[in-house]
Write a protein that binds this ligand. Structure first.
Ligand code: NAD
Length: 539
């Protein structure tokens, strides 16, 4: 986002002149959404949001300042008191209604996600579906995740212990542009149902989708102050949010994640980071080659490869390498791209000019240093300014950028291997550890291989959808791909502080007056040891 100007109209865009999409989306609706941005007054500078498909302007965002973050956090902190004091059931009901509204208004959401991200409609649909699934999951299970738990105490009956989960307060969420709905909202949903308030700073190239989701949340009954959205630049608002929030949920690159972690550590606040990846896929000798090739054509090019869990490097057993390459390349050449706001396209456009430049640089560097281009490798200006063909490389070597750096685009490199040990070692030879895929007809073998891969999620006979959609199980990154997890118990308990409350009855946990201290210590140690043996430790 480089251009800046002062303008009175957020929908000063020829794209919307006289245009109303069949879903009801128009410039006036975008203007209304902007009222949900907690950003100063009308004097703030405006930033244009571009439509990746055409380069036209979708709308204008007010560019917030650190003072807006501080105000939003103060408002959220005050709103959190009543929200956090409400029952889990009441908060869960908001998530249930939100999921229903998403279903009803999905076409509008799909239009907006596509217009902001440039992704194909089928990939935008994944965002709607996942957000519904996460809403329903946390609405249904929050009570079980959060309920007070009786814990074993040192002396049965005499001491009782309870573990409570208290909301941390105000959770700051910083989200990137590649999943404007999922990454802004689903982490926030888990935090909200746990009783927290949210201050969200969505990426500029995803803010309208976040504001749209906020509108549905308010319609679902969320008190306004409980979710504050501040639009504007990440390097300005992100640090201000980390400075003011009680917990930070950040999704983005490993480089920025490290900055966020350092700042949060300085304040001794909790944080969760979902970062980059260079995700491997292993196709074992006994794999169904056709299924693996078909799976990869989805798993490498979902969201034009701008997906943290998409596959960028594929290790194929040498005995099936040629067959796999033939089938996969044929599939890739048949993939369709289109700037349409309808179903049918296999892939959309990249989202930002910096993205297409990086993709182009990685491919040129690889080809220039001797890699073989098996498919794609070109911009498609005939379709739109940011379209780039799905691209397949072979012969990529360590001196090429595409070998170890995250490309974050529609580029996949194929490598043969001769033994499973070699394939596992090569998959693990990365500072990243986000997502992996293993293909084999032998599920026992594939599961054993999965256990040896250093990634937070491993999908057998699938690329990413299996682990991502198992919402009750945590997903996230090992190594430099993250800290903490989303989904499941870990995805909600991280937004709480554990508090232990014990109640002591009749006698204190100290020597009684009538007993000599030496006698007491002998007996106390024996009793504690005995209880520990019969219940596997006191606690
Ligand atoms: P990025 O780190 O450059 O930016 C992410 C967001 O952080 C942006 O909105 C940016 O404005 C903001 N930001 C910039 N400086 C900041 C600061 N000092 N404090 C707080 N926020 C700041 O990443 P990107 O290039 O926009 O996104 C792509 C990256 O995100 C890729 O590496 C991708 O793998 C990763 N990602 C990871 C996941 C996951 O779940 N693991 C999901 C999506 C994307």
């Amino acid at each position: 986002m480089s251009a800046t100007r002062l303008s009175p109209a957020s929908t000063d865009s020829s794209y919307w002149t006289g245009r109303v999409l069949p879903s009801g989306l128009d410039g006036a609706l975008l203007d209304r959404l902007l009222t949900h941005a907690a950003v100063g007054d009308g004097s703030r500078e405006l930033t244009p949001v571009h439509i990746p498909f055409t380069g036209e302007t979708l709308g204008w965002l007010r560019r917030g300042l650190p003072a807006d973050i501080n105000r939003a956090v103060a408002e959220a902190r005050s709103a959190q008191r009543a929200w956090g004091a409400d029952s889990v059931r009441a908060r869960a009901a908001v998530l249930q209604r939100f999921a229903s509204l998403l279903l009803v208004h999905q076409e509008q959401g799909l239009d907006l996600i596509q217009l902001e991200s440039g992704k194909a409609r089928r990939h935008a649909l994944e965002e709607i579906i996942d957000t519904i699934v996460v809403s329903r999951h946390y609405a249904a299970h929050a009570n079980a995740y959060l309920r007070p738990r009786r814990r074993a105490a040192s002396l049965p009956v005499i001491t009782t212990a309870m573990e409570y989960r208290r909301a941390v307060g105000v959770v700051g969420v910083v989200s990137p542009w590649n999943f404007p709905l999922i990454l802004s909202i689903t982490d926030a949903l888990a935090a909200l149902v746990a009783g927290n308030a949210i201050v969200l700073r969505p990426d500029e190239q995803g803010s309208f989708t976040a504001l749209w989701a906020a509108e549905l949340l308010y319609q679902a009954g969320l008190p306004a102050g409980v979710l504050r959205i501040v639009t504007g630049e990440g390097p300005v608002l992100g640090p201000a949010l980390v400075d003011a929030a009680d917990f930070v949920m950040f999704t983005g690159s490993t480089r920025t994640g490290r900055i966020v972690a350092t700042q949060a550590a300085e304040r001794l606040i909790g944080f969760s980071l979902e970062l980059g990846g260079k995700n491997p896929m292993l196709v074992l000798a006994d794999a169904n080659v056709e299924s693996a090739a078909e799976g990869l054509s989805r798993g490498a090019f979902v969201g034009a490869g701008q997906v943290c869990v998409s596959i960028e490097r594929v290790y194929i057993h040498a005995s099936i390498f040629e067959e796999f390459v033939e089938r996969f390349v044929a599939r890739v050449r048949g993939l369709t791209m289109s700037p349409t706001l309808a179903y049918g396209a296999d892939m959309g456009s990249l989202t930002l000019p910096s993205q297409i430049e990086r993709v182009e640089a990685h491919v040129a560097d690889a080809v220039g240093k001797g890699a073989t281009l098996l498919a794609g490798g070109k911009r498609r200006p005939d379709l739109g300014p940011l379209f780039y063909e799905p691209t397949v490389l072979a012969g990529v070597s360590p001196q090429m950028r595409a070998y170890a750096e995250e490309t974050f685009g529609p580029v996949v490199a194929l490598y043969p291997f001769t033994s499973i040990d070699e394939a596992v070692a090569r998959a693990n030879d990365s500072p990243y550890g986000l997502n992996a895929s293993v293909w084999s007809r032998n599920i026992v073998q594939a599961t054993e291989v999965a256990g040896r891969i250093q990634c937070g999620s491993v999908n057998v006979n699938d690329c990413y959808a299996g682990t991502w959609s198992a919402t009750s199980s945590p997903v996230g990154g090992m190594k430099q791909s993250g800290v903490g997890r989303r989904h499941g118990a870990e995805g909600i308990l991280k937004y709480t502080e554990a508090q232990t409350v014990t109640v002591q009855r009749w006698i204190p946990l100290a020597p009684p007056r009538f007993m000599h201290e030496a006698t007491y210590s002998r007996w106390a140690a024996r009793i504690v040891n005995f209880l520990g043996r019969i219940r596997g430790g006191i606690n």
